[in-house]
Design a protein around this ligand. Structure first.
Ligand code: AHR
Length: 312
């Protein structure tokens, strides 16, 4: 026990000498805000000096922030990349400066030699889990789905769409009638859902809404209620993230299922970084987080209570 306490102390002391830049996307969702809090807490616990930059949803701000971190000579950079493409140049600059980069929660289209590792979920799988739930729930009944996509060009929007489509392929009773971006926000989710309801005969023709995140689902629930329909019953609601608010909606019978995405991407990222900087132990290029399905059968109120305080 004494030896392990000593090694923990040594590792904290090592981390305490590190400065890490974090380019965050913004605060579009409850999940995003929690990821920021968890990252800051993880850094504090390890004694890491975290330089935080909020990009307000713009890739150009992220690129500027990363260049700033390189100029400051930080020991490492965390990036939650808002979109999947356009990263090669700035990542090459970080590599030339010998600064390891770790991607958080979203993937990019670039050679993996340009970053140390990516801590993300399998986003295609997330979409598939959501779609599989719907397939099972609907059975043989005809079902017109409307889809609220995440930010255009972001890896979760691309992949969660793909996974859901894979799940419903071969089930000709389930069709995606409309699909549009709601930008991962509540406001946009509500707005787009209102337009779907209008376009689909006042909503009576819609059997389910699939939202790429819970915040858009919460916005959609509001729109469904305002249209005089019952979310969770008249229109099924399935989404991704598992933030506390969706469990409140599930407890009220207004949402049906969600797929969990941990906001703790920083813990595994810092573990990998410390091992790499200390022992030159290169991590796997992909550190995959879990994607657990929750339904109304999971005592949503209890899950809500357990989740509060975990960065949310
Ligand atoms: O990249 C992860 C996604 O981004 C989350 O599902 C969503 O809520 C967030 O804004």
């Amino acid at each position: 026990a004494a030896a392990s306490a000593l090694s923990m102390l040594a590792s904290t002391a090592f981390a305490a000498s590190l400065t890490v830049g974090f380019s965050q996307i913004g605060s579009e969702s409850g999940w995003r805000a929690a990821e920021t809090t968890v990252t800051q807490n993880q850094a504090k616990e390890r004694g890491i000096d975290l330089k935080f930059a909020d990009a307000q949803q713009k890739q150009e701000n992220q690129i500027k922030a990363v260049r700033g971190f390189i100029a400051q000579g930080v020991d490492a950079i965390l990036i939650a990349p808002v979109v999947a493409t356009g990263w090669d140049d700035v990542l090459k600059e970080a590599k030339e400066a010998d600064i390891p980069v770790i991607l958080l929660d979203r993937q990019i289209e670039a050679p993996d030699s340009l970053y140390l590792t990516a801590v993300t979920s399998d986003q295609v799988h997330e979409g598939k889990v959501a779609g599989d739930w719907l397939v099972k729930d609907v059975g043989a009944k005809p079902c017109k789905v409307v889809e609220l996509q995440g930010t255009t060009g972001s890896s979760p929007a691309i992949n969660r769409k793909k996974g859901f489509e894979q799940a419903i392929a071969g089930h000709s009773n389930i069709t995606i009638a409309r699909s549009q971006t709601g930008d991962f926000t509540r406001t946009k989710g509500k707005e787009v859902m209102e337009s779907f309801i209008k376009a689909e005969g006042g909503g009576k023709d819609i059997c389910a809404v699939y939202a790429h995140n819970d915040d858009m689902a919460v916005g959609a629930i509001q729109a469904i209620k305002e249209a005089g329909l019952k979310p969770g019953t008249d229109i099924k609601v399935v989404s991704i993230d598992a933030v506390p608010d969706i469990f409140l909606a599930m407890a009220a019978g207004e949402a049906n299922a969600t797929v969990e995405l941990t906001p703790n991407m920083a813990g595994p990222a810092f573990d990998a970084l410390e091992a790499y900087l200390k022992d030159k132990k290169a991590p796997a290029k992909w550190i995959q987080t879990e994607s657990k399905l929750y339904t109304q059968a999971d005592d949503p109120k209890a899950v809500y209570d357990a989740k509060k305080g975990l960065g949310y």
